[in-house]
Design a protein around this ligand. Structure first.
Ligand code: PBG
Ligand code: ZN
Length: 308
């Protein structure tokens, strides 16, 4: 009877596995994210192929280059870490959907998501660089670009550059409602992308606002987003639900690094039942209205799906 009346189901089809790509060498475990490591492009492809076999349809890649500079120029080199990983994944698992995170913070020496002019993040100068990066990922074979920088106007700018370059059939997943959140802490350790000075409050959203999130989503849709996202997920489930009500576009929720780290830490201390908690979180995000979930629990979740 419960099967008949169940309102929401989690399936492997809903999940996107985030991965950190470095240039070479052995896997490097990320201390704050037990079970997750930085991997070279070949190892990334092997993991992606494994994920695809277990039913996960998509991965999202974050690049950790060897060399960072003020502009983040390592991000638009056609032999960059992400570009190389995209090609390796497409060779190992051609059907795997490859999403690439588009932002400068993983590639800049100052750690900000945009370029700095007179001590401030320069919104308009950043747009050109983001588009350069996105086009380079697309040339490597990425199916989806996911701008996470939160500069104003970037979706429209990248969309028109994609059209001009002949990539009008590729997809933009917009990090539309992205909050300035402490839940990104472990990610910044993983990517070495914590800002050197100041914070991201000038471009990411204030966590106390919800109506503003709806405006951000509306703007990204007008500018040409194909998928919109709310991030983080757990403290913002009301936002997920409200975004669901204003658009019929596919909606993604990012179950971020800090949310993952909390579950892992509590599970390690034997304070919670990890399996039950993870499934409750992921099904809860679907109930709130998410069509797809970016989650570091993806590999575990598919394993546990048959069991709960
Ligand atoms: C890059 C980016 C971040 C995340 C996704 N893309 C970090 C940030 O904005 O500081 C966070 C993902 C996570 O915490 O799991 N802008
Ligand atoms: Zn960034």
């Amino acid at each position: 009877m419960r099967r008949l009346v169940r309102e929401n189901r989690l399936s492997a089809d809903d999940l996107i596995l985030p991965m950190f790509v470095k240039s070479s060498g052995e896997d490097e475990p990320i201390e704050a994210m037990p079970g997750i490591s930085r991997k070279n492009p070949k190892r990334t492809a092997a993991e992606a192929a494994k994920a695809y076999k277990s039913g996960i349809p998509a991965v999202i890649l974050f690049g950790i280059p060897d060399d960072k500079d003020a502009q983040g120029s390592a991000s638009w080199r056609d032999d960059g870490v992400v570009q190389t990983a995209v090609r390796e994944i497409k060779a190992a698992a051609p059907e795997m959907i490859v999403i690439t995170d588009v932002c400068l913070c993983e590639y800049t020496d100052h750690g900000h998501c945009g370029v700095i002019t007179n001590g401030e993040v320069d919104n308009d100068a950043t747009l050109e660089l983001l588009a350069k990066q996105a086009l380079s990922f697309l040339r490597a074979g990425a199916d989806v670009v996911a701008p996470s920088d939160m500069m104003d106007g970037r979706i429209g700018f990248i969309r028109s550059e994609m059209d001009r370059a002949g990539f009008s059939d590729r997809v933009i997943m917009a990090y539309s409602a992205k909050y300035a959140s402490a839940f990104y802490g472990p990610f910044r350790e993983a990517a070495g992308s914590a800002p050197e000075f100041g914070d991201r409050k000038g471009y990411q959203m204030d966590p106390v606002n919800a109506r503003e999130a709806l405006r951000e989503v509306e703007l990204d849709i007008e500018e040409g987003a194909d998928i919109v996202m709310v991030k983080p997920a757990l403290a913002f489930m009301d936002v997920i639900q409200r975004v669901r009500q204003i658009t019929d576009l596919p909606l993604a929720a990012f179950n971020v690094s800090g949310e993952y780290a909390m579950v892992k830490a509590a599970a390690k201390a034997e304070m919670i039942d990890e399996k039950q908690i993870v499934m409750e979180i992921l099904t809860g995000l679907k109930r709130a209205g998410a069509d797809m979930i970016l989650t570091y629990h993806a590999m575990d979740a598919v394993k546990w799906m048959g069991e709960i």
